[in-house]
Design a protein around this ligand. Structure first.
Ligand code: ATP
Ligand code: MG
Length: 466
């Protein structure tokens, strides 16, 4: 059953309601749910779904002709049978058809035209520029973010500047992912935070929990990622190798280093053995072009000017896959599963802690702090760190985030330390301190004393209010 994607469907409906033609691009990483989204949108509408397989043009035409006859057949006069000798003819026919009746045309895996018929991009541009009275919603769907951007955003490419609407499909956020999973499995919140740290908000991976969730997180991860028959063991390789092409090894080394916590260009260069200049180039591509890395700066710094930059893998799934699967490939290949499980046991809790921090950012953005923050992020300077800082001109709220069960005495210690660190911040304003943990002993006591303390239960509630 199709779940959510309300904002994206609303946006598509709005585009559909708009008179005339629109060129839409839907892009997003593999398995994120692009095909499912367009299929849902096409329901009860006059629309054609074409998958751009890597085949001959003639074979594609044959396939597309079937779809055209199925969907549009009843609109043709009985003596008419469409025939096309090229993709151009086929598309021109559809443009003409749409002059009579609004039509949606989807090309899924659009970037594959590059190998099927590279000249199609420029003929499509010409046809599109002459569309006049057509009423066609053209949707190009693509998985390889880098390739899609090149096709439409490079000013030397024919389709540059033709796209009217871009929809980047992202994984479900933490709360939507939790609700989604609980439509088919019974996963308690504390297990879900841990599983989300490995699967992210990817509908397809979350669906595996239906079959693979055993009630024990380590066991579930083993069955999903490490075991000889684990469905996600090769997934990172399968979904990224094509994107990076020939040089994928260097990109993979960098992603592995970042997933291990090497966060600055210097650290990454030392770890991978790649030259600093090369690392810089790859980091910039991985961040801006491919969007697999996220560039973070201390929340009080100007992101354009500061040199205090740190990189993170943008997606929970890839972060986990590089950290625990790719990093342990040799062990996995040799069948040394024990060593991998040992690594998981020792390092997974801290890894989840980092994910919990990211969830906490989203949570802090959603709650009422008593003021509207201008920025929310983390802060670091010379070995000192504050997990979450939210501030505006007059107010500051600081949080320490812990993926653990805190006793009263731990919380007091954390708050004292936070108070000390607050003096290091280059900010002024009225200050509030807080802790976000899995559970907190005697939470009421701290709340009564004006502290912002939240546990997992509070975090989970937040979905209901939005
Ligand atoms: N909104 C959703 N609700 C329920 N299931 C979904 C949703 N989105 C995706 N899925 C499921 O996740 C799986 C992957 O989705 P889909 O094939 O649409 O992804 P994709 O982005 O097209 O991936 P690919 O790059 O592999 O083509 C499908 O099996 C689909 O059933
Ligand atoms: Mg697809």
């Amino acid at each position: 059953m199709f779940y959510n994607r309300k904002a994206e469907l609303e946006k598509l409906e709005k585009i559909y309601a708009h008179p005339g033609s629109t060129f839409v691009v839907i892009y997003g990483r593999r398995r994120v749910g692009k095909t499912a989204l367009v299929r849902e949108f096409l329901k009860n509408k006059l629309g054609l779904y074409f998958f751009v397989g890597e085949k001959d043009e003639a074979m594609l035409i044959e396939e597309y002709l079937k779809e055209i006859e199925n969907v549009l057949g009843e609109h043709f006069p009985s003596y008419f049978t469409p025939r096309f000798s090229s993709l151009e003819e086929l598309f021109e026919f559809l443009l003409d058809f749409s002059k009579e009746q609004k039509l949606i045309v989807v090309f899924d895996e659009f970037q594959n035209f590059r190998s099927v018929k590279p000249s199609f991009f420029s003929s499509l541009q010409k046809l599109w520029d002459m569309k006049n009275e057509a009423n066609l919603i053209l949707i190009a769907v693509g998985s390889y973010v880098g390739m899609m951007k090149r096709i439409f955003m490079d000013n030397k490419e024919p389709l540059f500047g033709r796209v009217d609407e871009w929809i980047k499909l992202r994984p479900f956020d933490f709360w939507t992912a939790y609700d989604f999973v609980n439509t088919f499995a019974n996963v308690p919140p504390n297990h879900f935070v841990e599983l989300y740290s490995a699967l992210g908000g990817m509908p397809r991976y979350l669906l595996y929990l239906k079959r693979y969730y055993t009630g024990n997180v380590a066991e579930t991860l083993n069955n999903l990622f490490f075991d000889e028959f684990a469905p996600l063991r090769e997934e990172g390789l399968n979904t990224l190798k094509l994107e990076f092409g020939r040089f994928y090894r260097s990109y993979f080394s960098i992603l592995e280093a970042v997933s291990l916590g090497y966060a600055t260009p210097k650290e990454i260069s030392d770890k991978t053995g790649l030259k600093l200049l090369t690392v810089g180039k790859y980091l910039s591509e991985l961040t801006n072009h491919y969007e697999y890395l996220r560039r973070e700066v201390p929340v009080t710094e100007d992101p354009r000017k500061t040199r205090k930059v740190s990189y993170r893998v943008a997606d929970e799934f890839f972060n986990f896959w590089f950290r625990f699967v790719y990093h342990n490939y040799t062990y996995l290949e040799e069948g040394n599963l024990d060593l991998v499980l040992d690594d998981l046991e020792r390092n997974f809790p801290a890894f989840v802690g980092k994910t919990y921090e990211r969830i906490a950012f989203e949570f802090v953005k959603r709650i009422n702090l008593g003021f509207k923050p201008l920025r929310v992020g983390s802060w670091w300077h010379k070995g000192e760190e504050i997990d979450v800082v939210a501030y505006n001109r007059e107010n500051i709220a600081l949080f320490e985030v812990k993926w653990s069960d805190l006793r009263k005495i731990d919380v007091s210690r954390i708050l004292r330390n936070l108070k000390r660190k607050s003096k290091l911040l280059p900010l002024t304003g009225s200050l509030r301190l807080g802790v976000i943990a899995r559970t907190i002993e005697d939470k009421e006591h701290f709340l009564e004393n004006g502290f912002l303390v939240f546990d997992l239960e509070d975090l989970m509630m937040k979905k209901k209010e939005c």
